[in-house]
Design a protein around this ligand. Structure first.
Ligand code: SAH
Length: 449
């Protein structure tokens, strides 16, 4: 469907698109950064495998969710806590690390939703799992280019991050290292700082700690890192898959099927489920409920981008190490663990509190946001051959259906008033048409006519 954006949003987009490649942002694949977190890695670390083995010996096989939570976010040995995993020299690469255009288009989306909400005086940008801080940095550059649009609005950045090490990388990107860590464990803000443009930045361990207020929530490749429970249909009913010690191989773990129901297998399987193997991310469900409640109470919107499906896939749990797939049970803590996001489950958990849009493919979302126009401007302003090649390669990576174009999906949570037909004001003449709500960027094609 083709629809016209409000004139103001078109103007926003064309003003951002006039700018060439930002000199501080690498074009295409961002330059591989030195592994900032590897400095202290020569110290021997406690082994995650040993830790898990002790745990299983003490209390029996653990759920896949507990395994994933320990492996990824254990405060001492967790993968996210002690690794710098993002980028060409890490284990995987994400859209904002591939191209600055991704963050710029999301910046325009955020501004257009803020405008559609009636330009509230305060805007909290909340990012879940900010990685190296590249996405937030690209978004804030757009905010800076469009300062006049945001005139009179106080903007603040709120980052939810489990990894103290990565928060240091984010602080370097966003505040140039001028941030300070909190001296108290009880402080919900564990780090704070200010960008060069004077925007306050706060770091939290969990969403509950982020203050109330009109907020736009962004999560790119965050939900796929949350722990999943996995279940198997058996002749005796649904049973949970667990992780146990392999009695036949030294230092190896294996999957087993629980002989009896577990609390999760009793609570998390939908009665109408037709698949024979199911992954359920209960933490993701709780998180979207928290976000929905905030949107209902304080206004705002959320944009979730991740690889995922709409309740159709069965077995997507996998590991990544050095950009290659890795056995999820081998050398735990050395590789990323991930599972596709089940957007139909998130929609079920949200219920009717907020309106949901999508999921639509990354290809469609970015096209609708005007990525082709942005590419034209960048290519027109760039005569350096290798840089042009990088630009084209990164566009292909983001958009090619075989690469990230169709495997990544965009899903949005919106306040119901955002999509409602505006009420006719009293005294309006019968022939006056009430204006239709503005289309939501990315989910509807933008017309520049
Ligand atoms: N959004 C970034 C990074 C994705 S990697 C990008 O697109 O480049 C996942 C990020 O989520 C990392 O920053 C990781 O430390 C963080 N993370 C993973 N699990 C988390 C959790 N349970 N709570 C908060 N942050 C988490």
């Amino acid at each position: 469907m083709r629809a016209c954006f409000g004139v103001k949003t078109q103007q926003l987009i064309s003003r951002v698109f006039r700018h060439p490649v930002h000199p501080s942002a690498a074009v295409g694949w961002r330059l591989a950064q030195s592994r900032l977190l590897s400095a202290g890695e020569s110290k021997p670390r406690p082994s995650m495998l040993k830790h898990l083995t002790f745990k299983i010996k003490a209390t029996g096989p653990i759920t896949v969710a507990e395994y994933m939570r320990e492996v990824l976010t254990n405060p001492v040995t967790g993968y996210y806590v002690r690794n710098n995993m993002l980028g060409p020299d890490g284990d995987f690469i994400t859209s904002p690390e591939i191209s600055q255009i991704f963050g710029e288009l999301l910046g325009v989306w955020i501004l257009s939703e803020w405008m559609a909400a009636g330009r509230p005086k305060h805007l909290q940008l909340v990012e879940l799992g900010p990685g190296k801080g590249s996405l937030a940095s690209d978004i804030l550059r757009v905010f800076n280019q469009l300062k006049s649009v945001l005139d009179g609005c106080s903007v603040s950045l709120h980052l939810v991050e489990v990894s103290p090490g990565l928060s240091g990388v984010q602080a370097q990107t966003l505040t140039g290292g001028s941030s300070v860590e909190s001296s108290s464990e009880d402080d919900p803000v564990f780090r704070r700082g200010e960008t060069s443009a004077g925007l306050p930045v706060f770091w939290y361990r969990c969403l509950e700690d982020v203050p109330a207020g009109f907020s736009i929530f962004i999560a790119n490749e965050f939900f796929d890192a949350l722990p999943i429970h996995t279940f198997q249909r058996t002749p005796k009913g649904w049973r949970e898959v667990l992780v146990d010690i392999d009695p036949e191989k030294q230092n190896r773990l294996r999957f087993v099927v629980s002989p009896s129901p577990t609390p999760a297998s009793s609570a998390l399987i939908q009665p109408e489920e037709r698949r024979s193997h199911v992954e359920v991310c209960a933490d993701g469900g709780v998180l979207v409920q928290q976000i929905s409640r905030r949107i209902v109470e304080d206004g705002g919107a959320a944009l979730i981008a991740d690889y995922g499906h709409d309740g159709t896939k069965t077995d997507t749990f996998r590991g990544f190490k050095g950009h290659r797939q890795h056995d999820v049970l081998s050398s735990p803590g050395s590789a990323d663990l991930t599972a596709d996001v089940d957007f139909s489950f998130l929609r079920t958990m949200i219920g009717g509190g907020v309106a949901c849009l999508g999921p639509v493919t990354q290809n469609m979302f970015l096209k609708n946001m005007g990525i082709d126009t942005r590419m034209e401007v960048l290519l027109r302003n760039c005569s350096h051959g290798p840089t042009r090649m990088q630009l084209i390669r990164s566009y292909d990576m983001l958009m090619n259906p075989e690469k990230m174009g169709e495997r990544f999906l965009f899903f949005s949570l919106l306040h119901h008033s955002r999509l409602a037909e505006p009420k006719k004001s009293e005294g309006m003449k019968l022939e006056d048409k009430s204006p239709a709500p503005l289309p939501v960027g990315g989910f509807t094609e933008i017309s520049f006519s």
